[in-house]
Unconditional design. Structure first.
Length: 156
């Protein structure tokens, strides 16, 4: 969803509607478009036990415990970090995320990095980012070694 554009976002996040039935919240009549490739249209005629998508085998399904753990970990992230992770997963650039959060692109990228440090399993979802961080750390270590070697040479 494009909840980041919603006029009611702050009220929703602050918990103003916490004890209100969903049907009476602004979200119930939301007109913002869905931009996720992982959602399905609601179909009242579909039975509760019928699969939602074109699932061929049970091998395609994750155990509920895995999904529960994932959702729990995601919700345990601070909201600013969680939003960055979700938006990056949806393909938004750091510049776009920065605009949503009213921060710089560097801050948005730092928030992604902090989320990955807090929850290392995210590295599996953001392989390119994890590899870039790994290369950067190796380069920093190499720079430190080079500086130490230069210092030793100067001392001799």
């Amino acid at each position: 969803m494009e909840c980041h554009r919603c006029l009611h976002r702050e009220d929703m996040e602050s918990g103003k509607y916490r004890h209100v039935a969903f049907e009476k919240t602004p979200c119930a009549s939301c007109q913002l478009e869905e931009k996720s490739g992982s959602t399905f249209e609601f179909n009242e005629e579909r039975g509760a036990d019928e699969p939602r998508g074109a699932v061929e085998t049970s091998d395609d399904l994750l155990p509920i415990s895995v999904l529960k753990d994932f959702i729990s970990q995601l919700l345990n992230l601070p909201p600013t970090l969680r939003d960055v992770v979700c938006w990056r997963y949806d393909g938004f650039s750091y510049t776009e995320i920065a605009r949503f959060q009213c921060v710089t692109a560097a801050t948005a990228e730092k928030r992604q990095r902090r989320a990955m440090e807090m929850w290392p399993a995210l590295r599996a979802m953001f392989i390119e980012k994890a590899e870039k961080q790994k290369r950067r750390k190796l380069a920093e270590k190499e720079d430190v070694r080079n500086r130490e070697a230069v210092t030793r040479d100067q001392d001799e």
